[in-house]
Design a protein around this ligand. Structure first.
Ligand code: 13P
Length: 251
C-alpha cells in the first residue's frame, strides 16, 4: 500500500547545464519503470531547468531545504510557495549536513516540515545519529527526539503524506552503509513511534534509508518490510547508477 520511493539528493553539486544533462539522463534511464516513485533534488539554482528537463517524465522535482515562513525579510531563504511555483512536489528537511554544519535545530526542522506540508510539498524529514551518539548508546533516543520535534506541527491527515529518511551520519558519504537489519530495526521503531503520535496515518508514512546506498546495496534495504526506499547522495549524481537503484526496487 506504500509506493516505494527513491530520492536523489544532489547536494551542492552541478551547474545548471550539468544538472540538465543529469536530469535528462535519469529521465531516459527510467523510461518504462512503473510502481516506484522517483524524485531528484538538485540545488535551488537548477530547479527550474531540471523541471523543464524532466517535463513529461514521471520523475518528480524536489528541493533540499526551505524556510518556514511563506515570505518576508529573510535574506537568502526560499519559501514553500516559491518551490511549489517551480514545480517541486518534495522537499528534504533537516538533513544532517544542515544540522551539523549549519546549526539547524530540531525546532527549526519542525517548523520547516509544517511549512512544507501546508505548502502542498511532501517533506522528507531526515533523522539519524552520529557515530559518537551511536557509541554512547543514544541512537534510539536521538532519532525519537528528532522525529518527534520534527513532526510536532503536523496534523494526522498531513502526516500520512510524510516521508522520513533514516540517515545515520556515520554512513553518509563514507562508503560504509548500515546493515539492512539495522536500517530495518530503526524503521520499525520509527513506525511504532509515528503510530503513537499519528494513529492509523503512520501506516502510510514512507520510511527511507540513506547513507552510502549503491545499486549493489539497495536490495538489502528494501527487502526490510518497513523500509520503503532510499535517499541517495553520491550515487544519484550518476544517471546510470541512480537508474540501476530504481530498477532494483522496481523488480
Ligand atoms: P551518500 O549516498 O553519498 O552517502 O549520501 C546520503 C545522503 O546524505 C542523502 O541525503
Amino acid at each position: 500500500m506504500r509506493a516505494p520511493l527513491i530520492a536523489g539528493n544532489w547536494k551542492m553539486h552541478t551547474t545548471v547545464r550539468e544538472a540538465r544533462d543529469l536530469a535528462s539522463g535519469v529521465a531516459s534511464g527510467l523510461a518504462g519503470i512503473a510502481d516506484v516513485d522517483v524524485v531528484v533534488c538538485p540545488p535551488f539554482t537548477a530547479l527550474a531547468e531540471v523541471g523543464r528537463a524532466l517535463g513529461g517524465s514521471p520523475v518528480e522535482l524536489g528541493a533540499q531545504d526551505l524556510h518556514w515562513e511563506s515570505e518576508g525579510a529573510y535574506t537568502g531563504e526560499i519559501s514553500a510557495a516559491m518551490l511549489w511555483d517551480l514545480g517541486c512536489t518534495y522537499v528534504i528537511v533537516g538533513h544532517s549536513e544542515r544540522r551539523r554544519l549549519l546549526g539547524e535545530e530540531d525546532e527549526a526542522v519542525g517548523r520547516k516540515v509544517a511549512a512544507a506540508a501546508s505548502g502542498e510539498l511532501i517533506p522528507i524529514l531526515c533523522v539519524g545519529e552520529s557515530l559518537d551518539e551511536r557509541e554512547a548508546g543514544r541512537t534510539e533516543r536521538i532519532i525519537q527526539t528528532q522525529a518527534r520535534i520534527g513532526t510536532l506541527g503536523l496534523a494526522s491527515e498531513q502526516a500520512a503524506q510524510l516521508v522520513v529518511a533514516y540517515e545515520p551520519v556515520w554512513a553518509i558519504g563514507t562508503g560504509v552503509p548500515a546493515t539492512g537489519a539495522e536500517a530495518g530495526r530503526i524503521a520499525r521503531l520509527l513506525r511504532e513511534w509515528l503510530g503513537e503520535w499519528f494513529g492509523d496515518a503512520a501506516a502510510g508514512i514512507r520510511i527511507l534509508y540513506g547513507g552510502s546506498v549503491t545499486p549493489e546495496t539497495i536490495g538489502e534495504f528494501v527487502s526490510q518490510p518497513e523500509v520503503d526506499g532510499a535517499l541517495v547522495g553520491g550515487a544519484s549524481l550518476n544517471a546510470g547508477a541512480f537508474a540501476a537503484i530504481v530498477r532494483a526496487v522496481a523488480v
